[in-house]
Design a protein around this ligand. Structure first.
Ligand code: PBG
Length: 303
């Protein structure tokens, strides 16, 4: 990047993706860089009638953006880390992980103030296998129905009366100024978040030393360590979103505390949990903690 050229951010065109790209743009503009957005549609945005776990998973939201970078139409992509596959394609790297928004899941409803207020057999919308399994553990009586689409689409379907309540990430709602729609946030003890939930990552070509240097100051080190541990659990478990898997890390003093939960993808009521904590100084140590927790899940019977 020279002083003259503009930095181009490839982005999906959902309101949340655009907010995230604009957020990164404003941080760069504050630092004196020229920035442009390149909006594009991904397969994940087009396929709305099937659960993502059935059509190929997380990579569906990032592939087109990587092609744009590869072909030189864009320099970077901004991702919700939750949607980023555990292993980036050859030649790509995360330039940084930024400070996390609220990592928790939220209950949204027009009729009920909390999950516990839902009557027997109420209809709850979510297409996340993780949320399905964790919801079943909390309320086996509920009727869980698929719910896909971007945030606005999901809220519209709730408002049309198709569901008594839905589960969404608090982070997306807060970023879009929709925090007042949240009736209840679930503490991680109650509904363990997905690996990377609430965190943003910047993807670049790994040979772009200029960009790696440019984004180093935007990194949030504790978030990066937490997310590295969480993603290592997913990686060690096979890392696909056709498996109900939760992983969430927090710092308690100098210790990184990592918890994970695994549900049987065949859909029975099995829910296994594992955790560990360690003093973690770098990304390798964080990843090792994640691998250890995955091994504990397996020892408990996870496949
Ligand atoms: N799977 C879609 C997705 N990817 C990231 C977020 C929320 C924001 C975040 O986790 O950073 C959402 C929406 C949701 O799960 O409700």
């Amino acid at each position: 990047m020279t002083g003259l050229s503009k930095l181009v951010i490839a982005t999906r065109e959902s309101r949340l993706a655009l907010w995230q790209a604009e957020h990164v743009k404003s941080l760069l503009v504050q630092r004196g860089h020229g920035v442009e957005l390149l909006g594009m549609t991904t397969k994940g945005d087009q396929i709305l009638d099937r659960s993502l776990s059935k059509v190929g998973g997380k990579g569906l939201f990032v592939k087109e953006l990587e092609v744009a970078i590869e072909e030189g139409h864009a320099d970077i992509a901004v991702h919700s880390l939750k949607d980023v596959p555990m292993d980036l394609p050859e030649g790509f790297a995360l330039a940084c992980v930024m400070e996390r928004e609220d990592p928790r899941d939220a209950f949204v409803s027009n009729k009920y103030a909390a999950l516990a207020d839902l009557p027997q057999g109420a209809v709850v919308g979510t297409s996340s296998l993780r949320r399905v399994v964790l919801l079943r553990a909390l309320r086996p009586d509920l009727k869980i129905e698929p719910l896909r689409g971007n945030l606005d689409t999901r809220l519209r379907k709730l408002d049309e009366g198709l569901y008594d309540g839905i589960i969404l990430a608090a982070a997306g709602l807060k970023r879009l100024g929709l925090g007042e729609r949240i009736r209840e946030v679930f503490e991680p003890e109650v509904m363990l978040p997905a690996a990377g939930q609430g965190a943003l990552g910047i993807e670049v070509r790994s040979d772009r030393a200029d960009l790696l240097e440019l984004f180093a100051p935007l990194a949030h080190q504790t978030t990066w360590l937490c997310v590295a541990a969480e993603r290592a659990v997913s990686r060690a478990m096979g890392g696909s979103c056709s498996m109900p898997l939760a992983a969430h890390a927090v710092f308690a003093g100098e210790y990184l505390q990592l918890r994970a939960a695994w549900g049987d993808p065949e859909g029975d009521a099995t829910l296994l949990r594992a955790q560990s904590a360690g003093s973690v100084a770098d990304l390798e140590a964080a990843a090792a903690l994640g691998t250890e927790v995955a091994a504990r899940l397996r020892a408990a019977g996870a496949r």
